[in-house]
Design a protein around this ligand. Structure first.
Ligand code: IMP
Length: 430
C-alpha cells in the first residue's frame, strides 16, 4: 500500500518540486489533493528543462506517470487549459491526466469576490493570490459550488450557476458596487472549456484505490503548507483548504490506512508571502540577504517573500500535525557565508517560555524568538553529495535541526538543480 504524502512544513515555497524531482520516476501516480492555481511548483526535468506548474501535478512531467487532480482541488478551467496547452507546446504528453468529477470549479464570481473582499478588508486583508480560491471553497462548504461533473450536463450546469448568481450578483452589485455577472456569457465560456476537459474527467478515487491495491506507488502532493492550513495554520492568514496530511486523505479519497510515508519539505530558513504572524521575520540586511541569495520571489504572483531564520517550533509542530517520517531540508546552500546561523528554538510570550506552538493566535502575534547561534561555514557546498563532505559546521546545523524537529532529515538540498542533493536515507524506506 505505498501511498506517500508530500507536505510543506512552513508557509509554502519550501521547494516541494525538489522532492518530486527525486521521487517522480518511482511513482506511478501523482495526485494534487487541495488548493488550486494559487500554488506554484518549479520543476527541472532530467534534460534540464524548467517548468513552473500551478495546477497540474508534477507527475505530468514524468513519462508514464499518471497525474491526477483530486476532488479536494479547485480548478479554474481556463488556467488549467492554458497550462496544458503550454506543456503540450513544449512536447509534454498531457493525455494521461485525470480530473476528479467531484473537484470544484472556480467561477468568474469567485475571482471577482476574492479581489473585492480583499480590497474591502483594507489593512486587515489576508494577502490572497486573488485567484478565487477562498470564495470557491466557501461555496463548496456552503453547498453552492459547481463541480467538474457539472460540465457533463449543460442543463444542470446552468441551473446551478443561476442559483449561485442569484445571490452573488446581489452581493457584487449591492454590497461591493461592482458589475453583475452575465450568466449567458459564463455558460458559453464554460461549455467551451467542457468540450476540452470532459475526456479527462474520471472517478479518481476508484482509480487510485485500484492502483494501490495493485501495489503501485501513489504520491499525494500537497500545495501550500502546514501553517497555511485552514484548520492548523495561522488562521485567518491561511489558505482555504487542508494541505496537512489529513487533507490528503479527504482530497484524494483514499483512507489513512493506505499511507506509508509522510515527507515534509522544510527550508533551512523560513519564508512567507501574504500577511500574518511570522515570529522569526527579519527586517534587516540579513532578511535582504536571504531574499536575494535564496531568490525568494513568488512563482505564482512574483511577490517578494518575507524572510526569516529557521523556526524549530514550527518544525516540531509540522512533524506532529502531519506525522512526518522524513524531512527534506532544502536550500542549505543559501546559508553559506554567514558568520553565525541563528535557529529559533522556542518563543518568549509575555515573559513565559514556549517550546511548542502557542494555543492562541494572539500569543503567536506576541512571540519573541529565542535563538541559538550556530557557527557558520564559508565553503561553497553546492557540489557536495555526501553528508560527510559537508563542512563540519553545516553538518552540526543539520543534526541540530533534526534533533529539534524530532525526526530524521533524509535529504538535504544544496542547489536548485535536480541532482544537487545530499541523500542520507531512502525516504520510501522506514
Ligand atoms: P489564497 O490561497 O489565494 O486564498 O491566499 C491565502 C494565503 O495563502 C495568502 O497569504 C497567500 O499568499 C498564501 N498562499 C497561497 N498559496 C500559496 C503558495 O503556493 N505559497 C505560499 N503562499 C501561498
Amino acid at each position: 500500500m505505498p501511498a506517500i504524502v508530500l507536505v510543506g512544513t512552513q508557509w509554502g515555497d519550501e521547494g516541494k518540486g525538489k522532492v518530486t524531482d527525486l521521487l517522480g520516476e518511482r511513482m506511478q501516480y501523482t495526485v494534487r489533493y487541495q488548493g488550486g492555481n494559487n500554488a506554484g511548483h518549479t520543476v527541472v526535468t532530467p534534460d534540464g528543462e524548467k517548468y513552473a506548474l500551478h495546477l497540474v501535478p508534477t507527475g505530468m512531467l514524468t513519462p508514464g506517470c499518471v497525474p491526477v487532480i483530486g476532488n479536494g482541488v479547485v480548478i479554474d478551467p481556463k488556467v488549467l487549459l492554458h497550462e496544458l496547452d503550454g506543456l503540450s507546446a513544449r512536447g509534454v504528453d498531457v493525455s494521461l491526466l485525470k480530473i476528479s468529477a467531484d473537484a470544484h470549479l472556480i467561477m468568474p464570481h469567485h475571482r471577482a469576490l476574492d479581489r473585492v473582499v480583499e480590497r474591502y478588508l483594507g489593512s486587515a486583508r489576508i494577502g490572497t493570490t486573488g485567484r478565487g480560491i477562498g470564495p470557491t471553497y466557501a461555496d463548496k462548504v456552503g453547498r453552492m459550488g459547481i463541480r467538474a461533473q457539472d460540465l457533463l450536463d449543460p442543463k444542470i450546469f446552468r441551473q446551478k450557476l443561476e442559483l449561485a448568481l442569484r445571490e452573488k450578483n446581489q452581493v457584487l452589485v449591492k454590497v461591493y458596487n461592482r458589475k453583475k455577472i452575465d450568466i449567458d456569457a459564463v455558460v458559453e465560456e464554460y461549455m467551451g472549456y467542457a468540450e476540452r476537459l470532459i475526456p479527462y474527467i474520471d472517478d479518481t478515487r476508484l482509480l487510485l484505490d485500484k492502483a494501490l491495491t495493485r501495489g503501485e506507488y501513489v504520491l499525494l502532493e500537497g500545495a501550500q503548507a502546514t501553517l497555511l492550513d485552514v484548520d492548523h495554520g495561522t488562521y485567518p492568514f491561511v489558505t482555504s483548504s487542508n494541505p496537512t496530511t489529513g487533507g490528503a486523505c479527504v482530497g484524494a479519497g483514499i483512507p489513512p490506512t493506505r499511507i506509508d510515508r509522510v515527507i515534509g519539505v522544510i527550508k533551512a530558513y523560513t519564508t512567507r508571502v501574504g500577511a500574518g504572524p511570522f515570529p522569526t521575520e527579519l527586517f534587516d540586511d540579513n532578511g535582504k540577504h536571504l531574499l536575494k541569495v535564496g531568490g525568494e520571489y513568488g512563482t505564482t504572483t512574483g511577490r517578494e517573500r518575507r524572510c526569516g531564520w529557521f523556526d524549530a517550533v514550527i518544525g516540531r509542530y509540522a512533524v506532529r500535525v502531519n506525522g512526518i517520517t522524513d524531512l527534506f531540508l532544502t536550500k542549505l546552500d543559501v546559508l553559506s557565508a554567514l558568520e553565525k546561523v541563528p535557529v529559533c528554538v522556542g518563543y518568549e510570550i509575555d515573559g513565559e517560555r514556549f517550546d511548542e506552538m502557542p494555543m492562541t493566535q494572539t500569543a503567536l502575534h506576541h512571540a519573541t524568538p529565542l535563538y541559538e547561534f550556530h557557527e557558520g561555514w564559508s565553503e561553497d557546498i553546492s557540489a557536495v553529495r555526501r553528508f560527510e563532505d559537508l563542512p563540519k559546521n553545516a553538518q552540526a546545523y543539520v543534526e541540530r535541526l533534526e534533533e529539534l524537529c524530532g525526526t530524521r532529515i533524509s535529504v538535504i538540498g544544496v542547489g536548485p538543480a535536480r541532482d544537487q542533493n545530499v541523500i542520507r536515507h531512502d525516504m520510501l524506506e522506514a
